[in-house]
Design a protein around this ligand. Structure first.
Ligand code: AMP
Length: 295
């Protein structure tokens, strides 16, 4: 029998109350659907750590800008349900936009500064939309642990901060970025790429790995690291950098001189698609290749 899909908010709350009454721990994986291995790896993590696993699928209109891809964002609930079940989810929560934002809705949650830097500078209002919807989802699901991907590093740091600041009691665990064979970070938005764009998109992770190597070999100047990333990406005519930043992993503050681990984060346009990625760079330490081998 296929796992349940719940749409109504009060059904979700009742299910969760019942599971907690039974003493089960609850893991939660919020998503926008159109699953790939990145999503499924988080569901598997949740399965290992918790007795019950809820996955939400909600393409949240308030986190998309007016000229962004809300209408064409890929959706396939039938496939997502099957994949979620195979990965170990117990329930898929798929609220409607009308239920989440009924007439009269007015509240916005903002995690100040974290919402304004990096992708926030390019996408005004985006992270307020994310924070607000995730707080709503957490209030409905009432999980013990929420699982987020390192792929969206800024989002993960921001949501962890919000969970702490607002005393939700929800623990946040991060899963590593799952990548394609050429290193491209998996993303539902990769579905937009043409063949040539898909080939070009592999340059983003190659550029980040070049940065990590440079840092490992002793480069401590952030501007040199940024120049390296930009230089590598320039080789691919179809990819246009939006930003490359070297930031502190906790505060997301720009770092000028590297003496501690940093996150090198970037956004780039490949064709019409906006792709993001990041890598943690440790001064004097060779980066790990996907799969854990040094290369
Ligand atoms: P999304 O459906 O894109 O909103 O993503 C839902 C969750 O999956 C977020 O916590 C993302 O960070 C995470 N995620 C997306 N892509 C990946 C990936 N390639 N590897 C690991 N986690 C990911």
């Amino acid at each position: 029998m296929a796992i349940d899909i719940l749409q109504h908010l009060d059904e979700m709350t009742r299910w969760s109350e019942e599971e907690r009454r039974r003493g089960h721990t609850l893991g939660f994986v919020p998503t926008m659907g159109y699953f790939h291995e990145g999503h499924l790896s988080l569901i598997r993590l949740a399965r290992e750590a918790c007795e019950r696993v809820v996955v939400s699928i909600f393409v949240n209109p308030t986190q998309f800008g007016p000229r962004e891809d809300f209408d064409r964002y890929p959706r396939d609930l039938g496939r997502d349900r099957r994949l979620a079940e195979e990965a170990g989810a117990d329930l898929v929560f798929v609220p409607t936009v009308d239920a989440m934002y009924p007439e009269g809705f007015r509240t916005l949650v903002s995690v100040r500064r974290f919402s304004e830097v990096l992708c926030g500078a390019q996408r005004p209002g985006h992270f307020d939309g994310v924070a607000t919807v995730v707080l709503k989802l957490v209030n409905l699901v009432r999980p013990d642990v929420m699982f987020l991907g390192e792929k969206d590093y800024q989002q993960a740091v921001l949501l962890r901060r919000m969970m702490t600041d607002l005393n939700t009691g929800v623990k946040v665990l991060l899963g590593p970025t799952v990548r394609e064979a050429d290193g491209l970070a998996m993303s539902s938005r990769n579905a937009y790429l043409s063949g040539a764009e898909r080939d070009a998109a592999g340059i983003l992770y190659r550029a980040l790995r070049a940065a990590a190597k440079l840092v490992a070999s002793g480069e401590t100047r952030a501007h040199a690291v940024v120049a390296e990333v930009r230089g590598v990406i320039r080789e691919a005519a179809l990819a246009q950098v939006e930003y490359v930043s070297v930031v502190d992993p906790e505060t997301l503050e720009e770092v000028a001189a590297l003496h501690e681990p940093v996150v090198v984060a970037l956004a780039a346009r490949v064709g019409n698609s906006r792709l993001i990625d990041n890598i943690i760079c440790v001064p004097g330490r060779t980066p790990r290749a996907p799969g854990g081998q040094e290369r």
